[in-house]
Design a protein around this ligand. Sequence first.
Ligand code: NAP
Length: 261
Amino acid sequence: MPVIGFIGTGSMGGALARAAAKSGAEIWLANRHREKAERLAEEIGGRVVDNETAAAGADWLFLGVKPAMMAGLIASLRPALDARETPPAAVSMAAGTDLARLRELLGERVPVIRIMPNIAAAVGEGVTLWTPGEGVTEEQKAAFREMMGASGMLSEVDEHLMDAAAGETGCGTAYACLFMEALADGAVACGVPRKQAVEYAAQTLRGAARLLLETGDHPGALKDAVCSPGGSTIQGVRALERGAFRSAVMEAVIAAYEKEF
Ligand SMILES: NC(=O)c1ccc[n+]([C@@H]2O[C@H](COP(=O)([O-])OP(=O)(O)OC[C@H]3O[C@@H](n4cnc5c(N)ncnc54)[C@H](OP(=O)(O)O)[C@@H]3O)[C@@H](O)[C@H]2O)c1
C-alpha cells in the first residue's frame, strides 16, 4: 500500500485525507499548526509528520495549502524532493495554479496531477476534476483513481476546463448551502421549527440531485414535472424569476471563474 502524505490538512486537504484513508493506504498528515493534523489523525488513523518528512518519504504528496502559499511551500520542500532517487507523485488542489507552473515549481522529475475537488469528498459525495501532467504513468493514474475512489465522482478533463468547472464544483457547495439556508429560512417564516426546516432543505436538494443524476433528465423537465398548472410551485418559480435567481447563480459561477490568483 502506498504512503499518501498530505501537507496542509485544512478544509480541503482534510476532506481528501478522509476519503483516501478509506482506500486502506497509509496516511501521513502535516500541517503548519500541528494540532490540526493531530485532530485529523485521531479521527482517521493517520501518522502526524512534518513537511520535510512527508516530502522525503511519502509515495504521494497532496499539497493542500492556499494558492498564494504554494510557491513558498514547494521551495521549502525542494531539498528533500531533489535528494530522492525516486521522487513522489504530487497532487495539487490549488485553484488557478496550472500544470506548467507546478512543473516549474516542483521540477521535471516530479509527476503532478492537478485536481479541482470539492468539500463533499469528506462524505464520499464530492466531485473531483483531475488532469494528469507530463510523465504521470498509467500505473499512477490507476493508483490515483483507487486512492480517490471513496471521494465521490472523479472526472478526468482537459486542463482548460479546470478553472471553468471550478466555479461550479469547487465553489458550488457554498452556493448550495446558501440556497438550503434560504429554503429553511422561508420555512421557518411559515412556522416550521429551525432544525426540521434545515433537514428538510438538505433532503430536498439531495432528492432533486439524485432524480437528476438517475433519470438523466434535463433540470427544466424535472422543474416542469413539479409545476402543476395553476399550482403553488409555479408561483414560487415566478417569485424566484422576479428575484433574478438563475441570473444571480450564473453570475456567481462566472465571478469565481474570473477571480485572479
Ligand atoms: N475549500 C474548498 O472547498 C476548496 C475547493 C477546491 C479547491 N480548494 C483548494 O484547496 C486548497 C486549500 O484550501 P482550504 O479551503 O482547505 O484552505 P484552509 O482550510 O485554509 O487549509 C489550508 C491549510 O494549509 C495549512 N498550511 C498553510 N501553510 C502551510 C505550510 N507551510 N505547511 C503546512 N501546512 C500549511 C494551514 O494550516 P494552519 O491553519 O495551521 O495555518 C491550513 O490547515 C487551496 O489551494 C484551494 O484553492 C479548496
